[in-house]
Ligand binder design. Structure first.
Ligand code: 6V0
Length: 332
């Protein structure tokens, strides 16, 4: 017996709007921050969670479901079985092994590659048309690994990359100038983390290119301040982890902003990890690095042709070489 009775004898069929489905793999600190941002921002009709720990997973699912009365309507599913992700438009991977005391970076990476061998193939099988958004670290290499394991076109495999680093950069510049971070345009590209490259010439505030403004107004050129800001960006993840044990809120908003641009076909430009071969003289093998990319329903629609200085290109190529070397050591 249905709760509603039809107003006439022929029951109307629901208009056939296709549901948008997002799956989040890994219900840890980062996965749950992403899940809750997706819910509050009304980005999905169906949200599926997958984790290896069934009790934790069910607890997180129930806790989110209990907020239904305060949120836009979203069906929330959870399972340790990947069939729950069937038909996803976007799969966000945050599952990851944690570093064991004394463990080398390479060993951790190898464990994460093994983990991804059990995650990516079933995801790709259940959602052959999905876009994959990789968040787990080291994000650039794991995005490459996901591309290889999925067999997808590179347009549909994206790493969250320096989207977060760039947001930290914009926040710190805005804080320094006492303006709104949304009025600050500034990109960090390259490898997510320590060797990221700040594009100084890309910084503008309210459309005013900041470096030429400082030079024109003969304000002492604040290169040192800017370099300190970039250093603070690199250190900020470590600082948050030292203070609270992990980072979660900013990566939650960062991943949700990417989800919106992709699923709503916003065609916005985000610095994200994409197949970088062929850009900026990166020719020696396939690597994923962050470049300003236009995102839409098909995934990566294109990479913007920003001008980089010789020094910036050199730094990008160095990162590419380091990543290639690691990938070779992993035998992938
Ligand atoms: P966490 O809280 O340990 O969560 C990881 C989750 O993955 C746990 O709930 C595990 O049970 C789960 N998991 C482990 N193995 C599997 C598996 N085979 N299948 C499904 N689930 C599994 O870690 P946290 O959430 O803090 O971080 C997750 C990852 O995100 C780490 O690799 C971080 O380094 C990375 N981050 C990436 C950022 C970026 O900007 N790209 C930013 C922050 C964190």
């Amino acid at each position: 017996q249905s709760f509603f009775r039809s107003i006439n004898s022929t029951a109307p069929s629901s208009p056939s709007r296709r549901n948008t489905k997002i799956s989040v793999i890994g219900a840890g600190n980062v996965g749950m921050a992403i899940a809750q941002t997706i819910l509050t921002q009304d980005l999905a009709d169906v949200l599926a969670l997958v984790d290896a720990k069934p009790d934790k997973l069910r607890g997180e699912m129930l806790d989110l479901q209990h907020a239904a009365a305060f949120l836009p309507r979203t069906k929330i599913l959870a399972s340790t079985d990947y069939s729950v992700t069937t038909g996803s438009d976007l799969c966000i991977v945050t599952a990851g092994a944690r570093q064991i005391a004394g463990e080398s970076r390479l060993n951790l990476l190898q464990r994460n590659v093994t983990l991804f061998e059990s995650i990516i193939p079933p995801l790709a099988r259940h959602s052959p048309d999905t876009v994959l958004l990789i968040v787990s670290n080291p994000v650039d290499i794991l995005t490459y690994v996901s591309w290889k394991l999925s067999g997808f076109s590179p347009h549909r495999v994206i790493g969250s990359g320096t989207n977060l680093d760039s947001s930290r950069f914009r926040f710190l510049i805005a804080d320094h100038l006492d303006v709104n971070a949304q009025d600050v345009q500034a990109y960090i590209v390259g490898e997510h983390g320590d060797s990221s490259v700040a594009l100084w010439s890309s910084i503008s505030v309210g459309g005013v290119p900041i470096l030429s403004f400082l030079e024109r107004e003969q304000i002492p050129y604040e290169k040192e301040t800017l370099e300190n800001i970039h250093r603070a960006v690199v250190e900020s993840a470590y600082e948050v982890i030292n203070l609270k044990g992990y980072t979660s809120w900013a990566i939650g908003y960062s991943a949700a902003s990417l989800a919106r641009s992709i699923l709503r076909d916003q065609r916005k430009i985000h610095p994200v990890s994409v197949l970088a071969r062929g850009f900026y003289d990166i020719e020696d093998g396939d690597v994923f690095l962050s470049l300003p990319a236009q995102l839409g329903r098909g995934g990566v629609l294109g990479v913007t042709n920003v001008h980089l200085t010789d020094e910036e290109v050199e730094k990008l190529r160095d990162s590419a070489k380091t990543l290639r070397h690691l990938q070779t050591q992993l035998g992938i």
